[in-house]
Design a protein around this ligand. Structure first.
Ligand code: CMC
Length: 429
């Protein structure tokens, strides 16, 4: 017998179906709540609301586990590649050898951007934050590729998605190069996806560039860890924007915008800045005290998560990767790493953090790692965005295939003025 939830309003009983997913908590289907009761639900921040059905990523927040299409994310991080994960997220299954060849070659055919796009960059002030540039140039892709913006055409959906996977790294590297006044470096399709990105960011025309294999492997892992994460703020933003039927590039650009915030993808930059500001293990107690003080807006950046009430599995892989990269650059005893390790140790024993189940999240160690590889902190969120593009496009496609999909339109609890008469300016004091 199917389960039902009973709701009593003004002594009247209402029943709502309870739906079960393949794993995870059941959900009460309240889609008929308003039509049957005249009430809405109130859930700021969507803490208890499933906004859609999804088959892409599953997080078990209590256990601290994350799965992409059923595969443990940490296993993918250690054994797969980012591009294969992007394929998996989009298609639902791992590629056969033949499918892999077709996909990886197709991505390579799209790595360059339209030459005219360079002029677009010229409009930005030098020194602009790479995310300020990226949020705009990704949306501008719709002006350059008008042949793939019809969201109702399956073929165009696929081409635009592949274009984004291929071009976002090129645009992210260009945004960086522009911000530091160096010439753009074209993609090199003889390199793999992540190696190519590294060369577009770090190569200069005056010198031969050799990809550091340890960095390439570490960055590829970091991309996998960031590729998707259920209905987070940026993914939900993409879904909401796309629900209006707007073109793919415009939809995905909203993900970049939402990701940029310090509580989301901007936390890696903020976490490194915080560790640098602490600077010395002796100062940790002072910052722990501040993080616990309700009157102080300071939070431990890289700590806490809406879903994980256990150690973030991404942080575990990240911590190991951090050690590998620091060893490669001869900074095993890096002072900032020592601050991070000690801060984590103290916080994990502190009653406040234990009680609230606040653990290090992916951003806690990613800043130190990326910094050691030579990325400035202003590029951290852009790197996150390169990876999350794979998740955004997968959710975007899933939304279009969902027959239950309707334009997103939340309700509100209105607390403003009741209807009142308007007085013309001439009759006012
Ligand atoms: N430092 C100190 N206290 C914290 C922290 C923190 N980092 N995170 C949460 N708390 C406290 C918070 O003040 C609240 O206390 P109380 O119940 O007394 O009011 C309680 O813990 C619950 O926190 P919340 O803010 O209600 O939780 P949330 O689910 O709304 O927010 C979060 C989750 C990630 C935004 C938040 O933990 C945070 O701001 N962390 C720091 C920023 C950060 O590291 N963000 C990266 C998230 S992971 C990458 C990504 O997915 O983008």
């Amino acid at each position: 017998m199917s389960k039902k939830a009973k709701l009593i309003i003004d002594n009247k009983d209402y029943e709502f179906p309870i739906l079960g997913g393949s794993v995870g908590p059941d959900v009460v289907d309240i889609s008929k709540l308003y039509s049957s009761t005249g009430n809405f639900t109130f859930d700021p921040g969507f803490t208890s609301t499933a906004s859609c059905e999804s088959s892409i990523t599953y997080i078990d927040g209590e256990k601290g586990e994350c799965f992409y299409r059923g595969y443990p994310m940490d296993e993918l991080a250690n054994k797969s590649s980012f591009l294969e994960v992007a394929y998996l997220l989009w298609n639902g299954e791992l590629p056969t050898k033949e499918e892999w060849f077709e996909y990886s070659e197709a991505i390579k055919t799209h790595t360059m951007v339209h030459e005219q796009m360079k002029k677009f960059f010229d409009g930005f002030r030098r020194g602009s934050h790479p995310m300020a540039i990226l949020t705009s140039v990704v949306a501008a892709l719709s002006a350059f590729y008008p042949d793939s913006i019809d969201v109702n055409d399956l073929q165009q959906r696929q081409i635009s998605a592949r274009r984004m996977i291929a071009k976002v790294p090129t645009l992210a590297a260009m945004a960086y190069k522009y911000s530091i006044g160096q010439p753009f470096i074209y993609p090199d399709n003889s390199l793999d996806y992540t190696e190519n990105f590294l060369q577009m960011v770090f190569a200069v025309p005056a010198e031969k560039y050799k990809v550091n294999k340890v960095f390439a492997k570490a960055l590829d892992k970091i991309f996998i860890l960031h590729a998707d994460h259920e209905q987070n703020a940026s993914t939900s933003t993409v879904r909401l924007a796309a629900s209006s039927g707007v073109n793919p590039f415009a939809s995905i650009s909203t993900g970049f915008t939402s990701l940029w915030g310090p509580l989301h993808g901007g936390a890696n930059e903020a976490a490194l800045n915080m560790l640098l500001e602490i600077g010395d293990v002796k100062k940790i107690p002072e910052y722990i005290k501040r993080a616990k003080d309700k009157d102080d807006p300071f939070k431990l950046m890289g700590f806490g998560h809406r879903v994980y009430k256990n150690y973030d599995p991404r942080a575990k892989v990240m911590q190991k990767t951090c050690h590998e990269v620091l060893e490669e650059v001869g900074k095993k005893d890096d002072k900032i790493l020592q601050v991070a390790i000690e801060l984590e140790k103290i916080a994990l024993q502190d009653e406040y953090f234990v009680e609230k189940k606040l653990y290090p999240n992916i951003d806690f160690y990613s800043g130190i790692t990326l910094n050691a590889m030579g990325f400035p902190s202003t590029m951290f969120t852009a790197l996150f965005a390169v990876a999350r593009t794979a998740g955004w496009i997968a959710h975007w496609k899933e939304m279009y295939l969902d027959t239950k999909n309707r334009i997103g339109r939340p309700r509100q609890l209105y607390m403003g003025e009741k209807p009142r008469p308007f007085t013309e300016l001439k009759d006012r004091n």
